[in-house]
Design a protein around this ligand. Structure first.
Ligand code: 5GP
Ligand code: MG
Length: 178
């Protein structure tokens, strides 16, 4: 469906909801229920909100904390530096951590977040990503839980933005011309 705004629906609201429920079941069958969800802002806030409520339906009552990282992709700074702009508010020492991110592309963000959790003394670190773009990894990283593998398009909606816009869309859409 083309919405006339240059955005085409890739994953509908219902497809996302069903997949998020299935992910929560996978997560609850593999992880200890006393986990800390670490949501990587800003793109993953919508996914996180839905995932923690799906986890509650699986009898998991996670703690939730947030971290904001900025990445400078290829073409901007070749070293691909990732910075921590906002750090966790609670200790994760001795805890099981579930990193939650919107999309895995180069792998730099999650690789660094994973390293930081271990450095903070986390017992076990797993990662859930809603989307992954296969074949784009620069940093070796294998997420434990993946919602959807998508083709290499620039996507928006469901928390993901383009220049600060479109985060509010309830579906994942593809920006034309990208
Ligand atoms: P990486 O895995 O490259 O370190 O970082 C992935 C991050 O880049 C995501 O968390 C997201 O913020 C951004 N990103 C990658 N691909 C897309 C995309 O298709 N659309 C949007 N809106 N952001 C993306
Ligand atoms: Mg992000």
């Amino acid at each position: 469906m083309n919405l006339g705004s240059g955005i085409t629906v890739l994953l509908s609201e219902q497809e996302i909801a069903e997949r998020v429920d299935a992910l929560a079941q996978e997560i609850s069958s593999v992880m200890e229920p006393d986990m800390v969800c670490v949501s990587l802002l800003r793109g993953s806030f919508v996914f996180t909100a839905d995932l923690i409520r799906a986890l509650s339906r699986c009898m998991v009552m996670p703690r939730v904390d947030f971290m904001m990282m900025s990445s400078y992709g290829e073409g901007v700074v070749s070293s691909g530096v990732v910075q921590v702009l906002h750090d966790l508010q609670e200790p994760v020492e001795g805890r099981n951590v579930l990193l939650i991110d919107d999309i895995l592309e180069s792998g730099r963000t999650l690789a660094l977040a994973h390293e930081l959790m271990l450095a903070k003394g986390a017992l076990d670190v797993k990662a859930a990503v809603l989307l992954e773009k296969p074949g784009k990894l620069v940093e070796e990283y294998t997420p434990d839980f993946v919602g959807f593998s998508i083709p290499d398009h620039f996507v928006v909606g469901y928390g993901l933005d383009y220049a600060g816009k479109y985060r509010e869309l309830p579906f994942i859409g593809v920006m034309e011309g990208f």
